[in-house]
Ligand binder design. Structure first.
Ligand SMILES: [Zn+2]
Ligand SMILES: [Zn+2]
Length: 329
């Protein structure tokens, strides 16, 4: 299936801050954003776009449109270690001779990039426990082995981007806020005088939820706490990892809370016919059957909700013959 790919595009958001819109090969997610912020003689770059054939040329093209080049990058900061935000970090740092700052909980990506076979084996084990058939697992494994990682080379940060770390730019100081949930390594960057929030995938203009499952105790709970800390900032304009910048940040935060509550309610409803596996629960939560394409995504999301309910004492799991079955508590 071929489709018209976007091209890298650069545009000024406000003086001294540019949106670099970089194409992605994923259905339904045509691009991601990197942000360039003027900083003395060059720029601070936030996020990278994913690595794939031609991806560096797309970044160059987007930067060139706003009079910048990769060599102008004085510091690279990544909101989180997903391939579309960190995948090109290694070649950018090499070319620009700059440091990478990123949150230290990047094992969900660096471990996987360092040993893809092990990461795949781990995903398959989770799927098996969740009730996926051996035939479906074999089909998924064949397909997954073919998929490119989107990461040029696993590169670790020169400095941990944790709560309170400051990044100096011509627009003022940006402060890092840890916002785990979407990914364990997620941070937002906030500029308080201008009330600008670089939100990565923590807040998106078109609300959609994703949780990295299996790296932290309760990604959904962590995400809800992260929403509380973001809400307390009082941002006026949100520069998100995908889509256009948007205002009404409180409305988007509320929308995220509502969607989490809806999903949790759907999982609770599905548990009425317990005990059930995550494979049996997923289709009723998402209103679509599991396939080898959406399966690993929807299953991980369902497991994240089930784990959250378990921690709240609202669901229990029981393992029999290697398969987990969930019931309402
Ligand atoms: Zn992400
Ligand atoms: Zn993303």
């Amino acid at each position: 299936m071929s489709r018209q790919r976007e091209l890298g595009r650069g545009e000024r958001v406000i003086p001294g801050l540019w949106r670099l819109r970089l194409p992605l090969p994923w259905p339904g997610v045509p691009h991601c954003n990197a942000w360039a912020i003027a900083a003395r003689s060059g720029v601070v770059l936030v996020d990278t776009g994913m690595h794939e054939p031609g991806s560096m040329a797309q970044l160059e093209r987007a930067m060139d449109q706003v009079g910048l080049q990769v060599e102008d990058v004085r510091l690279l900061a990544c909101t989180h270690a997903h391939s579309d935000h960190w995948g090109q970090a290694a070649p950018i740092c090499e070319r620009a001779g700059c440091q990478l700052w990123m949150h230290p909980n990047h094992g969900h990506a660096t471990a996987a990039a360092g040993d893809p076979a092990q990461a795949l084996a781990r995903r398959i084990e989770v799927a098996r426990q969740s009730g996926v058939s051996d035939a479906a697992l074999a089909r998924y494994a064949d397909r997954a082995r073919e998929l490119p990682s989107g990461v040029a080379r696993a590169i670790e940060p020169d400095r941990p981007l944790c709560n309170g770390v400051e990044i100096e730019t011509d627009l003022g100081v940006w402060t890092a806020y840890e916002t785990p949930g979407h990914a364990p390594s997620h941070v937002c960057l906030y500029q308080p005088e201008r009330r600008l929030l670089i939100s990565g995938d923590h807040l998106l203009g078109r609300i959609s939820l994703y949780f990295d499952y299996g790296w932290t105790p309760d990604p959904v709970g962590e995400f809800l706490s992260s929403l509380d800390s973001t809400a307390a900032l009082g941002a006026r304009l949100c520069l998100s990892g995908h889509g256009k910048p948007f205002v009404d940040v409180p409305g988007h935060i509320e929308g995220n809370r509502k969607l989490v509550a809806q999903r949790l309610a759907a999982v609770v409803t599905a548990l009425a016919q317990a005990p059930r596996t995550a494979v049996e629960i997923s289709p009723s939560v998402y209103g679509e059957p599991l396939t080898e394409y959406n399966g690993s995504w929807l299953l991980a999301q369902t497991l994240a909700y089930l784990t959250h309910l378990e921690r709240q004492g609202r669901a229990t799991r029981e393992t029999r013959v290697g398969v987990e079955r969930w019931s309402a508590a």
